[in-house]
Design a protein around this ligand. Structure first.
Ligand code: 5RP
Length: 298
């Protein structure tokens, strides 16, 4: 064992006076998670800011060829470099996004409903094996608190969390809103808290006022907001700013990005609000200036 003998004579330095660091973790509610979970969450949320800009383009799974993303292969790739994370179905990722993009994916796993029928009547349609095969950073399903299939959608969430936990894949819970529900802080506060208690690792909900700060405070995991229906660009930036100022950890935005006059400029403006705390006025100025640059270079 000549090699072992040689190693014994080498000088080793254990730096015995330097205590080993035991750093905390930057995301709320995630300090006690396993390494794989934390690693995946650190791909979704930027560890420097603790926030994320997620691009949602999963609309087609219930709405078919949604305006703005009729051609996902054309609409989405130019936006990819400007976001932290993608949220879509396995059909979309496999057909329209180049695997070399290396953006983390939050994989839509629910199915069973379309706009032609009751939206809350969903099941989980993607196995955790397929999520792993796609290298998803997280899986997601939605719950309809107070909806006709409340129990089923909560059971879907619980099942997805159980499966994800086996492999260290975090789960995003989306709080969808049934047609009759009032979109206020009482409702969203209830929905966000329920899904966090079930074990969701982060939550997507809608901005509401007043009281969004209380929705976030009552939810022990990060909250990101959906964009919702298309708004004028300035209003969408204002909404993102208000949500971030009141504690949101980012956005998971779809229509307000890909239906913007200039979706690439809008993505960059939203990112400036989320990661750089830019005021909506500054972000809108940035949007207009990028838009003018793009128009000139066409
Ligand atoms: C619906 C979703 C959608 O991805 C999301 O709401 C779409 O984003 P946006 O509202 O910003 O268009 O999760 O349940």
């Amino acid at each position: 064992m000549a090699e072992a003998d040689k190693q014994d004579t080498e000088k080793k330095d254990f730096q015995v006076n330097v205590p080993m660091q035991t750093p905390g973790f930057f995301l709320r509610g995630a300090a006690h998670l396993d390494w794989g979970m934390k690693n995946r969450l650190s791909r979704i949320f930027n560890p420097k800011t603790g926030r994320t800009v997620m691009l949602a383009f999963d609309h087609g799974y219930i709405m078919g060829p949604t305006s703005g993303i009729e051609r996902m292969d054309l609409a989405i790739p130019p936006l990819v470099p400007h976001v932290d994370c993608l949220m879509c179905t396995r059909g979309a990722i496999k057909t329209c996004i180049c695997p070399t993009s290396n953006k983390p994916l939050v994989l839509r796993c629910s199915t069973g409903a379309t706009i032609l029928k009751e939206l809350s009547n969903e099941i989980i349609g993607v196995t955790v094996e397929d999520a792993l095969r796609i290298n998803a950073a997280a899986v997601t399903t939605q719950v309809y608190i107070g909806g006709p299939y409340e129990k089923e959608t909560l059971a879907n969430l619980a099942a997805l969390i159980n499966e994800g936990n086996r492999y260290g894949i975090p789960t995003l819970a989306v709080t969808a809103v049934g047609r009759e529900m009032v979109r206020d802080s009482r409702y969203f506060g209830l929905a966000c808290r329920v899904v966090a208690e079930l074990g969701a690792h982060f939550v997507k909900t809608y901005y509401c006022e007043p009281g969004f700060d209380e929705v976030v405070a009552g939810c022990p995991v990060p909250v990101v907001i959906a964009g919702g229906k298309k708004l004028p660009e300035f209003d969408a930036l204002k909404m993102a700013y208000k949500a971030i100022s009141q504690g949101a950890a980012g956005v998971d935005m779809g229509r307000n990005i890909f239906l913007a006059d200039d979706p690439v400029a809008m993505t960059q403006a939203v990112a400036a609000v989320v990661h750089k705390n830019q005021k909506p006025e500054n972000a809108f100025e940035m949007y207009n200036s990028l838009k003018a640059d793009h128009a000139r270079s066409k």
